[in-house]
Structure formats: C-alpha cells, structure tokens
Design a protein around this ligand. Structure first.
Ligand SMILES: C[S@@+](CC[C@H](N)C(=O)[O-])C[C@H]1O[C@@H](n2cnc3c(N)ncnc32)[C@H](O)[C@@H]1O
Length: 299
C-alpha cells in the first residue's frame, strides 16, 4: 500500500486530506522528516510554505516520489500565486483554482520531471561561512543574524547554572550562552525540527539538551531554572500573534526559580512590557534602539 502524505495543516474547506496521511511538516512535532521520504507516494496535500527556496525544496521532495495526485495550495500573497509556475517548471501539468484568497494547484506525477535535484540542493541544510553555523532555508533568519538577536547578543552577560533558550532556532544565542563555563546545562527548545537539527550540529556540547516541541504544550524542561534567554516568536502560521510571545514570557517566568533571570529581546511595537512587569518581580530595560528593546527580568 502506498503512502498518503500531508505537509502542514491545509484549511479544511479548501482540500481533503486523506485520513491517516503522514505529516511531513518540520513545524509539527513528531512528524516524519521530508529528507527521509523515499517510498512511493500515493497522494500528497501540501500547504506550501511562503519562502521561495523552502517551497520549491518541499514541492521537489514530494514530486520526486509521487505516484498519484498532489494538491499544493497557499494564500495568494504568501507564495500561492507562484506555485503553478513552479510546478510547471518541474514538468507538471497544472490545474489551478482560486478560492478564499488561496491558489490551489492540482497535478499528477510528471512523466519527465526536471529540476528536482537542483531545488533539493538549493533548499538543503548547509554550513554558512558568514554565520559560522549550519542553517537551512526556511528556518528563522536562516542567512543572517536577526537584528534583535544581535542586540541581545551585545547585551547578554555570562550566564551561570541551568537554563533555557526558548525558541532557540539554530543556536545563535545558545552559542554565546555556552561560552560561559559557569553554564552547567542548557535546554534549547524550538518548534522547527530543521532548526533543532542545525542547532545539534552547531552546538556539539554535552551540556545542551535539545527539544523539538511547541513550548505551549511541553513539560520536558525542568523548573527552578537559573536563567532563560529568549527572542520570542510573534508569528504563528504566518500571522502576527502576540499571544504566542506572551505564552513564551509566561512560560519563562514559570520555569525560573525565585531570583532567576530572564533576558528577552522584543520588537518595540510588541505589547510585552506590561506582561513582563506582571509576572516578574523586577524588570529593567537594558538597551533599546529604533526597532528593539532588551529587558532583564528577575523572578
Ligand atoms: C525570533 S526566533 C529566534 C530564534 C533564535 N533564538 C535566534 O535568536 O536567532 C523564534 C523561534 O521560535 C520558534 N518558535 C515559534 N513558535 C514556537 C513554539 N510554539 N514553540 C517553540 N518554538 C517556537 C521559531 O521556530 C523560531 O526559531
């Protein structure tokens, strides 16, 4: 029996996902890795990601093993309007439909696929000489240090004891945290399995515990931490979501021991200061520029 696959969580009214379809999105903890997809695919439904390189990589990975129909869809302004062209460039005949601000493309396995290996190479994990880190198109700020993280890196003093990097990505902040020998254990948690895989390569350090998880549903980090460092996400599924950032700050406060410290970078426009003041004992603004604020908050 061949495999049915799904990537992401496509909006239910727009397409049918076969019951039992295997999930391949790196943003769904527990899903299968796209890189290990070798068996023939009976069908696939792909909520195509917004980044061009990442989207073409994902589509190419599916088409490479496709034996039946594939539906690829995305909001028009988040890559959807480019899917049909990209699928044609892979040699597919495409039927395209526009519905509810989405573009929905249907194809069958092409008789002569072209350009798949090129797209797969372009989207694969790689060592970035400039960053000095392993990274992959699609992970947060994949080819440059995020300016908010850069400001936090400038301010961050040496940490000590046991702590966490919440939403740790490929390990930009964790690399600095681990430069302190007084750090005994660091929990790096991220929702994106690609980022966690890169972080594992970037941080070959026995003090690190890696967690691929949604912080809002994870209980695997010990409490009574000495420190938390975070550049919290404020997008969920592509849309700005302040509740996600708030959940990170509330979780940081929950995980810390009394007297523990949390270093946070926040975009100036985000309403996090009030929450910080409500869940921490002391909150100090340590630095700011036109775009970001750095807070040191004590439990
Ligand atoms: C602003 S980025 C910071 C990444 C990294 N710490 C840095 O400074 O470059 C936020 C990170 O949170 C992750 N993330 C988003 N939603 C999450 C969730 N619900 N649970 C855990 N991590 C999440 C993203 O994948 C992203 O890597």
């Amino acid at each position: 029996m061949s495999l049915d696959a799904v990537f992401g969580v496509p909006p239910a009214p727009l397409c049918l996902v076969p019951p039992g379809a295997a999930q391949f999105s790196p943003l769904v903890p527990g899903s299968r890795a796209l890189e290990e997809l070798e068996e023939p695919l009976g069908s696939a439904v792909v909520l195509a990601p917004p980044g061009t390189i990442e989207r073409q990589y994902t589509l190419a990975r599916f088409i490479r093993v496709l034996r039946g129909p594939l539906v690829a869809l995305a909001p028009k302004d988040k890559g959807g309007s480019r899917i049909a062209k990209e699928l044609r460039e892979f040699g597919c005949e495409v039927e395209e439909e526009a519905r509810q601000h989405h573009r929905i493309c249907r194809v069958s396995a092409p008789a002569n696929a072209v350009g798949l290996e090129h797209a797969i190479r372009a989207g694969a994990p790689r060592f970035d000489e400039g960053l000095g880190l392993w990274t992959q198109p699609g992970v947060f700020s994949w080819n440059r240090i995020d300016p908010g993280s850069a400001l936090l890196l400038e301010q961050l003093p040496p940490m000590a004891g046991v702590g966490a990097d919440l939403g740790g990505g490929i390990g930009v902040l964790a690399r600095k945290i681990l430069s302190s020998e007084a750090v005994r254990e660091l929990h790096l948690l991220d929702l994106d399995s690609r980022a966690v895989a890169c972080a594992r390569r970037n941080l070959p350090d026995v003090r690190v515990r890696f967690h691929w998880a949604d912080l809002r549903q994870f209980a695997g980090i010990p409490v009574n931490l000495d420190f938390v460092v975070t550049n919290p996400p404020f997008h969920d599924g592509g849309a700005e979501d302040h509740d996600l950032g708030r959940a990170f700050l509330a979780q940081a406060a929950y995980l810390l021991r009394a007297g523990g410290v949390c270093w946070v970078v926040a975009n100036r426009h985000l309403p996090y200061e009030e929450l910080l003041r409500s869940v921490f004992l002391r909150v100090n603004l340590r630095a700011e520029n036109g775009a970001f604020k750095i807070f040191e908050a004590h439990r």
